[in-house]
Write a protein that binds this ligand. Sequence first.
Ligand code: LCS
Length: 394
Amino acid sequence: MENIKDLGFESKLVHAGDFKDEFGSAVTPIYQTSTFSFKNAQHGADCFAGEADGYIYTRVGNPTIDALENKLAALENGYRGIAFSSGMSAVSGVYMTFLHQGAHMVATGAIYGASRAIVSSHFQKFGVEATFVDTANLAEIEKSIRPNTKLLYIETPANPTITLTDIAGAAEIAHKHGIPLVVDNTFSSPYLQRPLDLGADVVLHSLTKFINGHADIVGGALIAKTPELHAELVKTRNYLGGNMDPTQAYMVIRGAKTLAIRVERAQENAMKVAQFLENHPKVDWIKYPGLTSFDQHELAKKQMFGFGAMMSFGVKGGFEAGKTVMDNVQLAKLAVSLGGVETLIQHPASMTHAAMQPEERMQAGITDDLVRYAIGIESVEDIIHDIDQALAKI
Ligand code: LCS
């Protein structure tokens, strides 16, 4: 095959990272083993010294997991991926690698609830401080950087407000201050946004979402831009032990092959659903990057290849009315998570972002009336009919 780097994105989805075994297996097999035997004592010593090829132990490397890591690197145009047991394990890996006692980080205020809550629940006790700001406003980032700031961490579009951050602008600020920019790309997937090409240093994914795409595993990954960053991050993963399981990796590889066609259909549906909600008399407000009424529509066009399948909205009558909608949908599942083939709806203030303090939620724009809607690949008429009949119950 030609050099994988020269192939189109969809070809990379299908082929990049493939592990070629001696039987010519059409797909990368599951190497469900915890350990690997050495040819002899010298080979074992050489593997440990990094002077010989060979797998040692699945926490630090496994052919199925390698295949996924190489696929992710090809998709994000990075040096190499690092697979984790969950998205949160990847988030902790970032914090553990870049922050030390007395260090400070600047991050998007509206990020996944646990990515924010873990700072106060665990990292503060090591003397780590964080300033959460509206990173849509680059001046806020610049203003928050201190001499001890060691990390700029953004999520765009942000969970659950859908607020965007200008990745290239954020990278410029980070690099001016000599710190890395880490971008959580979960909401877009590499099909719609490639942060490393825009100047980011590390990309983070909850693979649980669009990349696996079938709501049947939990997983996470980091993709490092350079060998140096990869070496630091993989060391954290290997010592902390947040590795992925080979079967999990196999599932993600299988799901990733159809990422483009799933996201394409989901965002086509999302655009129609958003237009329907925008014109619905019971809908108070809606945020979807594809709408021209979205205040960052131009930035979305600039840094994304499409508008995605995630939206948030509020209905007239606030939280109580939103509850009625969530209690009455029939096709959509009332569930957290996102990025699967099925449409999901949930209430961040009481679910995904409940771990944040109420004042933190307010500051981040996660209002009590905000309903998050993750659009799937069902027939769009059915999704619209479903939300329409639920809105009629208010
Ligand atoms: N980053 C983002 C943007 C997320 O949405 C999530 C999970 C994570 C990281 C953590 O990944 P996990 O460990 O769950 O694989 N978001 C969820 C959500 O919105 N609903 O349920 C989980």
